[in-house]
Design a protein around this ligand. Structure first.
Ligand code: AMP
Length: 660
């Protein structure tokens, strides 16, 4: 009994000290005493594990790592709010309220941009907390919620049952620091405090959640057994008396007053240590709320005013161009640091050349920047009156800023892409593609191993693959001696591949597996292909102008030539094993129609192409022969109209035999 009394005394004192420290910001106990007392409590609990209670301060970061989160059915659903986007819409909301409850008064609160949770207390003890989920069913995140110091684990009153609703958030200062740390550690950054809070609350390890220093603001009593209230303000005051951190709130007699308050909240949002995405107007009298009721989705007695995204001017100090893994050049404006929607913005996306041209964004310009939700800051417009003299329109470079190779525009979009075969920015993607099944088919060289090889500095250009040493590869993480040797063997084996696989592996724009096969067969060797001009290339069936240009440009680039030389020196095969293409039917164009019996139309087409003939889909004056199988239709008629020679299947076979 004595032990139990001491445990209770320690817990009460620690909970009170916690409240004074975190809520009142007025500690009466020194850190030293606090730590000492907590230690004593931990020791006693370790000796008497059967006496540990869920509300013990030792349980804030004590829980086991959960397997996952179990579902919680909310006793009272966590409703959504109707949005209003302008003061007119707010007035209309006021009008609707007025019609049902003539003397309604209001309460206005900031709308915290975090995560909604419900906290359940039984006999004054925090027993469970859950996320909103879909409003009806959420997830049990009790362990992580306990790490939030401003959630009381025990209340002064002990009502049989109390459920409160609040918004969990990450304070702006914590967010800033967390992202700075993540940047240093090379970890992906959180887009905004809400994402960071969501990620933290759903951490399976409460220790990590604890490090994240989340906070909460409560704004509603969902359910109270043993207590009645007449206004919302009363409930908030009661929550305050129970040591909760309560949302800042202001009473307003009319909807016009609400509008003023909303504007003031918007103007002062910088000063809050939490992000807001609006302000909430609520009818204050609980009796009025009863009268107004709810729709299926939200209560009729409340509305969320959504502020337009915050915009601020800043000056463009520079435009930098980054080259992504896929070779796309992305321009980014470096701007004078400016605080926007809770974060310090130092750069904004410029998307591509079309965006820059359309808005005429220049270095030195003052621009309006906006950050909406999770999106990276955007440039809304240039402020022309602030443009200094001597600026010039901005053009993306014609050469890759990383490797100096030519840059081409995507056929189907605004993106500019580097064509460098050895561009360091694209090395990983080039290698992954090089080794893939349709290309050099090097088993064991998937994305993970490519990353390790590159990060270990063993490969600087794709050609380096062929000078890898098994002993170096074996030193990589997760690589045994055996798998290192297997990888080296697979690389060695790939040297024997057909030219078509090597061509595919180069990843020349427009040249996929199919075109590579056609080209390899047509030219026989890589040297012959490299020497072929655009004209010879377009003469090849299935190779169009764009592909021919792309090939010619690729072969003339010094990086490609270097790569080819390296591969040659390593002994990589540069010849095609396919039957060489004949030229007996060169210059003739065939159109196939109807059904053939001894082969499919596709096979027939391939036989014709193998002899140098072209196959086309439509009949014109340039068609040399129409091959008509069974049930040939309009193409046959057209051939007859134009007087083009028609062959049946027997005629085709004879022609192929004669020439092949
Ligand atoms: P919505 O999700 O847009 O329908 O907005 C409703 C959400 O706003 C709720 O899930 C609440 O978690 C959140 N919220 C933030 N601050 C408040 C507040 N002061 N009063 C009511 N809801 C709030």
């Amino acid at each position: 009994m004595e032990i139990q009394q001491e445990l209770q005394r320690l817990r009460d004192q620690l909970e009170q000290a916690n409240y004074e420290y975190y809520m009142l910001d007025a500690p009466t106990m020194s850190d030293y005493d606090f730590d000492h007392m907590l230690r004593r409590l931990e020791e006693l609990e370790a000796e008497h594990p059967e006496l540990v209670t869920p509300d013990s301060p030792t349980q804030r970061v004590g829980g086991k790592v959960a397997e996952g989160f179990s579902e919680v059915v909310h006793q009272v659903p966590l409703e959504s709010l109707q949005d209003v986007f302008s003061m007119e819409e707010l007035a209309e909301f006021g009008q609707r309220v007025h019609e049902a409850a003539e003397d309604a008064e209001y309460d206005v609160e900031p709308k915290v941009d975090g995560l909604s949770v419900a906290l359940e207390y039984e006999n004054g003890v925090f027993i469970r907390g859950a996320t909103r989920g879909d409003g009806r069913v959420g997830e049990d995140v009790t362990q992580n919620l306990k790490t939030i110091r401003t959630i009381p684990l025990r209340l002064p009153d002990n009502l049989p049952r109390l459920i409160v609703r609040g918004e969990v958030f990450m304070p702006k200062s914590v967010f800033q620091k967390l992202n700075e740390e993540r940047e240093l550690a090379g970890k992906p950054l959180f887009a905004n405090p809400r994402n960071a809070a969501a990620g933290s609350l759903r951490q399976l390890d409460p220790k990590i959640a604890a490090e994240r220093r989340l906070d909460i603001l409560v704004f509603n009593i969902q359910y109270a057994d043993g207590k009645t209230f007449s206004t919302h303000t009363d409930t908030l005051e009661y929550l305050e008396s129970q040591h909760f951190r309560v949302i800042p709130h202001t009473s307003c007699a009319t909807i016009e007053d609400c509008a003023k308050r909303i504007e003031a909240i918007g103007d002062g949002r910088e000063a809050f240590d939490f992000d807001i995405d609006g302000a909430v107007v609520k009818v204050n009298s609980l009796a009025d709320r009863e009268v107004l009721g709810s729709t299926a989705k939200f209560p009729r007695w409340a509305a969320a005013y959504k502020y337009p995204p915050e915009q601020k001017p800043s000056t463009i100090v520079d435009i930098v161009v980054q080259v992504g893994r896929t070779g796309v050049l992305t321009p980014k404006a470096v701007v004078e640091p400016v605080r926007l929607a809770g974060t310090t913005v130092t750069n904004a996306t410029l998307h591509n050349q079309d965006f820059i041209t359309e808005k005429d964004v220049r270095i030195g310009d003052t621009v309006l920047i906006q950050k909406a939700g999770e999106i990276i800051p955007e440039i809304v417009s240039v402020l022309p009156e602030k443009r200094p003299e001597g600026t010039v329109p901005y053009q993306l470079p014609e050469r890759c800023p990383v490797c100096g190779a030519a840059v081409v525009r995507d056929e189907d979009g605004a993106a500019l892409r580097c064509t460098g075969a050895e561009c360091p920015a694209q090395l990983i993607r080039h290698l992954v593609h090089f080794a893939s099944r349709d290309a050099m088919d090097i088993e064991g060289l998937g994305p993970a191993n490519v990353e390790s090889l590159v990060h270990a500095g063993l490969i600087k250009t794709p050609g380096d693959l062929y000078s890898l040493q098994a002993t170096d590869v074996a030193k990589l993480d997760h690589m045994g001696k055996k798998s290192a040797q297997n990888l080296i063997d697979a690389i060695e084996n790939s040297k024997k591949n057909d030219l078509s696989k090597l061509l595919t592996a180069f990843g020349i724009r427009q040249v996929g597996q199919k075109a590579a096969q056609v080209l390899a067969r047509q030219f026989g060797t890589l040297d012959a292909l490299a020497a072929a001009g655009e004209e010879a290339l377009t003469a090849v069936p299935d190779i169009g102008d764009i592909t021919a240009q792309s090939l010619a440009a690729w072969f003339s680039d010094p990086q490609s030539q270097h790569l080819i030389e390296t591969l040659k020196a390593a002994g990589v095969n540069m010849e095609s094993y396919a039957e060489p293409v004949g030229d007996k039917l060169a210059g003739l164009t065939f159109v196939l129609t109807g059904e053939l019996s001894s082969f499919t139309r596709k096979e027939a087409g391939e036989r014709i192409q193998a002899l140098g003939g072209k196959v086309s889909g439509s009949v014109s004056k340039k068609t040399s022969y129409v091959i008509a199988g069974e049930a040939a239709g309009s193409k046959l008629r057209k051939a007859q109209e134009l007087g083009i020679p028609v062959l049946d299947e027997v005629g085709l076979v004879a022609l192929l035999d004669e020439n092949g």
